[in-house]
Design a protein around this ligand. Sequence first.
Ligand SMILES: C[S@@+](CC[C@H](N)C(=O)[O-])C[C@H]1O[C@@H](n2cnc3c(N)ncnc32)[C@H](O)[C@@H]1O
Length: 170
Amino acid sequence: MNMEVHHSSKTNEWATPEDFFDKLNKKYHFTLDPCATKENAKCKKYYTKEDDGLAQSWENEVVFMNPPYGREIKHWIEKAYKESLRGAVVVCLIPSRTDTRYWWDFIFPHASDITFIKGRLKFGESKNSAPFPSALVEFNKRQLKTTLNKNVCIINCSTIIDKEVFNERK
Ligand SMILES: C[S@@+](CC[C@H](N)C(=O)[O-])C[C@H]1O[C@@H](n2cnc3c(N)ncnc32)[C@H](O)[C@@H]1O
């Protein structure tokens, strides 16, 4: 990991909280951040708007995806699912908007793990909590589960992601 890149996030565009990412990264060892700027990238390998992460291959990468939160989010979720079929493991940090089409079309049927985060994350360098709840969604074809046999878990956003929490789940 390029620590200079990793710690230089100064933007206010829902950048993942550093401590949250660090704990997650200890478990997954991410290799690609497909939606980033040079300032907020979480991995040495990353794609920016100019590269268009949606148009790139993520094949066989371990991907951390905190996508743009506009209407285009559905394209990122579809891409995450499709790349997982090509061997990528994709962990998505997204708003927990479980009534949306992309949750019903891609996440509920195809995600291997869903973790609902209790409380609200503080993104970027904001002192305020986000106005929406978040979830972590993993697409991993090696651990595919049916809709009714999925790892669904809750974690508290203040305890963040302890290794123990994950160990208990696996
Ligand atoms: C929610 S932020 C996440 C930033 C960072 N990856 C993180 O986790 O802290 C989403 C990022 O996606 C970038 N972005 C928007 N459209 C993109 C595209 N088509 N390809 C790659 N990145 C894009 C934005 O500039 C923004 O930095």
